[in-house]
Design a protein around this ligand. Sequence first.
Ligand code: FAD
Ligand code: NAD
Length: 474
Amino acid sequence: MVVGDISTGTELLVIGGGPGGYAAAIRAGQLGLDATLVEADAYGGTCLNEGCIPSKALIHASGLAHAVEHAESMGIHARADVDLRGLVAWKDGIVDRLTGGVERLCEASGVNLIEGRAEFVDGNTARVAHGGEGQGSESVEFERAVVATGSRPVELPGFEVDGERILDSSDALSLEALPESLCVVGGGYIGMELSTAFAKLGADVTVVEALDDVLPGYGDDATAIVRDRAEELGIEFRRGEAAQGWAEAGDDARVTTETGAGETNSYTAERVLVAVGREPAADTCNLEAVGIEPSEDGSIETDDATRTAAEGVHAVGDVTGEPMLAHAAYREGRVAAEVAAGEPARLDHRAIPAAVFTDPEIGTVGLDAEGAEAEGFDPVVGEMPMGSSGRALTLGAETGFVRIVADAETGFVLGARIVGPDASELIAEVGLAIEMGARLGDIAGTVHVHPTLSEAVAEAAANAQGTALHTPNR
Ligand code: FAD
Ligand code: NAD
């Protein structure tokens, strides 16, 4: 540890206490490094405070309320009276529990926690300004550093977020009353997840998406299933229309849009949720002082060991650009700490899964058939429709499929796309298969509990081999 005429010294300074930063700090502590984690706002970052966890709480609760009211075919006749304040209080309780847990886990690993905004002064010194008037600041001298400053919502010109009429995702997750109508600008991850939740709670939802379809990159058949279900829930889609601006219209906002052909339309709603992407927050810690210049999209470039262009400075999580996912940030944080401790850790992006928590969910990992071909494989594809899964039928959720892609010659599993209940959980099995270099026979030959959704994964693998029992073989 280097301590001179300044107040603190540390072997590893971590800037930002979200999934990337706290994973790096805890792992560093486990490895015996003297680590210091600086957080400007709230431990747990976007993920725990206003992202993954609160959104999944809202999605689950809204799904529960909706399911109870729509179970007549199972002989259940019930009404769900949703008290949004109560729901939000429950969600806040989960957030408090988890963010408190982050602090305790850091302390248990010997991590020194500092609350404040850190800025680099030079390649070995950072200054931390404590929040609030008269709180002062302190210097931290470091040997290595991890930048984990995360991301923030992209601002859409003409839609200044005021938390009242125009909301960002954080506002939408803490509403005290259900809006009668909601216009969602952007049909990506946040737009699709939250529009589904609000529609299930009873709001009248319109989604405006600039591209031809929602959830870009997830594949036509997967997005069509999710969009059809969303339409069944009453969500109206305005695809191929970019939101241009809005104006007050009585008690509502009137959102104007323009199609690619220049046609204009307008939609009124009590509230407008803007969810048009997130951008790296690479401007919060004076990166110039260590000689890092963000790339054109604002992200920090790193190598497969999370190293930046600056000697001894790593970057992890959303600030390094796509994929902006919490589990990618956790992994990168771990790798950064291990590399900082001298271990030969490396990142491998081949098996990073992604999931959309819509109804039904979508889970993906690895390559699809086109991607496999592009990488020189001769792919074989196996599929199991959810409608042939006994478990899916008992859940009243028979829409979707499991599709597995493997190398025809060797049987090595290359990827999967799953659409259906708990696709976000099911995809883990295929991720493990890719990670371990498993073949189709390893998944198909593993005995899965009956009746479970995971059997559909095994059946898709068997289908690719021509040995499926519950679906016609290809
Ligand atoms: P963040 O979580 O953004 O944390 C960065 C932290 O750094 C913040 O706490 C910030 O205060 C702090 N900070 C910034 N600058 C400084 C500074 N100079 N000094 C000190 N502290 C600083 N991902 C998923 O994988 N699954 C999901 O289901 C999912 N759902 C989401 C839902 C929503 C509504 C949103 C908005 C995001 C969602 N995400 C999801 C994305 C996920 O939240 C991010 O990928 C993840 O939080 C990134 O972690 P991070 O550590 O890189 O950054
Ligand atoms: P996104 O990039 O997923 O989607 C933004 C959408 O907005 C795109 O489809 C884009 O075409 C559209 N758009 C842009 N400008 C528009 C305009 N003027 N009018 C209409 N549509 C417009 O971004 P997001 O939904 O804001 O989510 C941000 C990030 O948060 C995601 O990329 C993801 O990394 C993360 N996230 C992940 C999850 C998850 O893992 N389940 C959930 C939520 C958020």
